[in-house]
Structure formats: C-alpha cells, structure tokens
Design a binder for this molecule. Sequence first.
Ligand SMILES: *Cc1c(COP(=O)(O)O)cnc(C)c1O
Length: 409
Amino acid sequence: MALINEHYLKLKAGYLFPEIGRRVKEFADANPGKNIIRMGIGDVTQPLAPSVLKAFHDGVDEMGKAESFKGYGPEQGYEFLRQAIAVNAYQANGIDISADDIIVSDGSKCDTGNIQEIFGSENKIAICDPVYPVYADTTVMSGKTGECAANGYYAGIIYMPCTDENGFIPELPAERPDLIFLCYPNNPTGTVASKEELAKWVKYARDNKSIILFDAAYEAFITEPGIPRSIYEIEGAKEVAIEFRSFSKTAGFTGTRCAFTVIPEELKAYDSNGNAHSVKKLWLRRHTTKFNGVSYPVQKAAAAVYTAQGQKEVSDVVAYYMENARIMRESLSAAGYTVFGGVNAPYIWVKTKNNMKSWDFFDKVLNEANVVGTPGSGFGPAGEGYFRFSAFADRANVIEAMERIKKLD
Ligand SMILES: *Cc1c(COP(=O)(O)O)cnc(C)c1O
C-alpha cells in the first residue's frame, strides 16, 4: 500500500489567489465589457531588457552549433554567472562573497522551500505575519509543524506579527527559533529593515545558534541610501545567514527562471551531538543530486544583467515600476488612505478606512472601481484590515486605477 506524506494533509487549500480569481471571474461574467485593472498578483509586466534578450538569443544560437553546443552544465551554475554575481552584486559593494558561495537555481520559490530539507524536522521555524505563503507551506510539507488552527496559524511555527505599531519589523520572539525567515524589502508590506534592525537579528541568531533565511528578492527596488541590500552588509552575518536572490523581479525573469542562494563557508549547523557541519556542503549535496542546472541560454541572459548596459536597462525598468509606486502612494494618500511601502519596494500596503475587513475592501474596489488588489488577510491574520497593491503594471492602467479609487466614497 502506497502511503502519502501526511504532512500534506495539514495544508490549507491554496486559498488566496484562487479565491481572488473566482471573485474576479464572477464580476466579469456579470458585467461584460467592464475594463478590469489587475494589480493583484506580484508579477512583472515589462519585457526582458534588450541586452538580456540579446544574450539569451546568443545562447540559443550557441546551442545550435556543434562547436559551441552545451549538454549538462555544472549543477550549481556556470562559473561565468557565479563570478558575475559575486563581483557585481557583492564585491562591488564591499561584501566579501565569492563565486564558490553562490549556487544558481531556477527560482527563489524553490530555494526557500527546498532549503528546509537540509534541516532536521525538530527545528523550530519563525516567520512573519503577514508573510509570503511559501515559507509556511514548505515548513508544513517538511514535517516541522502540527495542525492548522482556525486563524490560519500552524501549531509549532513561531509567528511574528508585523504591524503598523512595530513598523512592520518583528519583535525578537519570546520562544527561541532555530530558523528565522526574514524578507526585506518585504512582500507583502513593501517595508524595509534598517541596518540597526537587521543587526539586532544577526546578533540574536549568533547568540542562539539560529540561522536567518534572508529573502532579498526585492533588493533592486531599494531607492533610499543606507538601506541594506544584503544581509551580509551586517557584520557577523556570514556565520548565521543564508541569502536568497532572484532575477524574477530584478530583471523580469518570472517566466524565464533564474535565481541563486548564497551560503558562506563560515555558516555552520549542528548534529544532535553538537558537532558543527558546513551548511553549504549540505546544500550543494542536495542541489547537485536533485537538480541538473539552469539552461545555458538563461544563465547567459542572467549574466548580461551585470554588464554596464544591462545594469542601465534593468534599472530603467525598476525605475518605471517605482514611478508607478510613487503615483499609487501619492494618489492613495490624497484619497485619505494610510499607506506603507512603495518607496523601496514595488508593493503598496494600504490600511483600509474605518477598519473595513480586507475582503470587504476587495469587493468594494472590484465592484465600484473595477480594480483588483490583494486582501492583506490572505497573507496572514495580522494582515487583516490591509490591502496590497502591486506596482507591476502598465502606467496608463495605474493612472486610471488611481483615478477610479479616488472617486470611491
Ligand atoms: C517573487 C518572489 C520571489 C521570487 O521567486 P522566484 O521563484 O525566483 O520567481 C521570492 N520571494 C518573494 C517574497 C517573492 O515575492
């Protein structure tokens, strides 16, 4: 008899985006011809930058000639890409990370989920509330939790509420976690953590032999000086942090797929006898066993992001989204909403008026303004009463959507 992994039975049905889809479809069917503007799902809308596209094409052409054809590449990524990442994303900013610390993959979603596998199921995991749902669901799948309570919290996970009161930076938890997921700039709140705040977490992790799993998917959207782009800007972080980065939002790779994990040699975790082991070695063992590398043309395209021309083009696209964010922030503030985020991240986190519930606000915005956003409560209980707008949209749609929302009463 084939037995299932029963931890999967604890998972709540993927509720948020299917439910949004259901309500939007119902509205569209009942109101044919209405122009619905979608600012819900965090997916890029602008095409690949020209230099990235050229490198992608060149990579494909190389695959078509016997003398430059490539079969399996190194599982952890080609040296040319890992070197380009180490030099441009880290060393150029004074951060001592080498190509050997970088492991290339097809996405940070996979990496943040798969990383759980190299850590024992006895580990206690801390996550923020609201949160990117992948961290919680993969914690459940890997057998580190009990059942899900009515409020959506799983037994065994340490939840750290992030609200207006704490500036969307969690307090240090009362119970000691072994693994701590942090994401800054944050999805969904669009907020950032200062150097001091991250230093507090690095110290906590060092004091408690915990590991920080730092998701920096939105690092490219930081516009203000002094905001850390990498956890390794914090002294001592190399011994206690793994960093996840992705080309998805940085360079429009959501459909192209390329990301990387950074694990410094110094990072250690322990066996049950207290002996230290290299986390990088375990991750490489997993990666090289279960993954056969990102396709060569995609890695060529990703490396082009780090050329001078690529950097310019990619940052122009980021600036386009951040101008959307500015328009949204200012329009929503002018319409009387309290808004967070949107300065160093492509998400605007809006407080609803009069404590309206997130889903009620969703229905109001959909029915009266024909605009789709994401109810904050879908990211966790502490998101109730908030709403997320994504700046990944076309400018004309952003302007039109804001005009319509201003007219709501
Ligand atoms: C979009 C996003 C990612 C990127 O995931 P990919 O699998 O690389 O596309 C990672 N983390 C967060 C929080 C995100 O919103």
